[in-house]
Design a protein around this ligand. Structure first.
Ligand SMILES: [Fe+2]
Length: 254
């Protein structure tokens, strides 16, 4: 099975459409799954949900999805400065206001994780488990500097063995490591990368056979249209700069 994994779209419809077009053009992807955080920070939360629903793309809940779905008091995002906290609040309130009641219900029904096996388990083969943050919490950041011991502990939570894989997002910074034969894959972010590359990021992987491979793909998209929509929605300029710089806005460094 050849999978495409898309995560942390964050209401960026232009980035999502570019990624889906890129996947379609390949012609050899068997299934596409999302890893949550569909909404927040950009202008098109309902349209992103609509696109995934019309394409039948299944997936899991991100922290942003669950908090918006339940009108929780905070998005569960980490802020390092008072201004970041203020921006997080603006984004969250815009999203809570904008997402329709029907879409909140749909977000509330997303599962915590998915366990993918060849032909739904009909065939023996490697497992691919999807979570948003970690198998224990969807707000925990699984960054590249986590130890091998941490990775194996998380793999143990879902019972993975050599040849299996677990994919997750949440940090918006892509990485891939193999520990004791288990693949640990951070997908990066479609709609709000934080690694300094403004292009949309997603993952292609194929676990079949001895030659399992994982590829992080970057896709250019119409940043001008996406940022114009952010401005029109009345969202702060910092969000525009964030998209343009791949998460390295000058203002945030001050
Ligand atoms: Fe996110």
């Amino acid at each position: 099975m050849r999978y495409a994994l898309i995560s942390d779209i964050h209401a960026n419809l232009h980035a999502l459409d570019a990624v889906l077009a890129d996947i379609d053009a390949r012609g050899d992807v068997d299934a596409v799954y999302h890893l949550g955080d569909l909404v927040g920070y950009s202008a098109f939360p309902n349209e992103v949900i609509g696109r995934l629903r019309e394409r039948g793309i299944a997936g899991i809940a991100g922290n942003y999805d669950s908090t918006v779905a339940t009108d929780y008091k905070h998005c569960g995002c980490k802020s390092e400065t008072p201004r970041q906290e203020e921006l997080a609040h603006i984004s969250y309130e815009f999203t809570r206001r904008t997402v329709t009641a029907a879409n909140k219900r749909w977000l509330g029904g997303l599962p915590f994780s998915l366990d993918l096996r060849p032909l739904g388990g009909h065939l023996a083969g490697p497992r691919l488990v999807l979570v948003h943050g970690t198998p224990t919490l969807n707000t925990l950041y699984w960054t590249e500097d986590r130890s091998d011991e941490f990775c194996l502990k998380m793999a143990g939570v879902v019972g993975l063995k050599a040849g299996d894989a677990i994919a997750f997002g949440h940090t918006h910074k892509p990485w891939h490591r193999v520990v004791e034969g288990i693949h640990f894959i951070n997908t990066g972010s479609v709609g709000r990368p934080k690694d300094g590359d403004a292009r949309a990021g997603y993952v292609l992987l194929d676990l079949g056979g001895a030659d399992a491979w994982v590829e992080h793909v970057r896709t250019a998209y119409d940043l001008d249209a996406a940022t114009a929509a952010v401005r029109e929605a009345g969202l702060p300029d910092e969000f525009i700069e964030f998209l343009r710089t791949g998460g390295k806005p000058v203002a945030a460094a001050v």
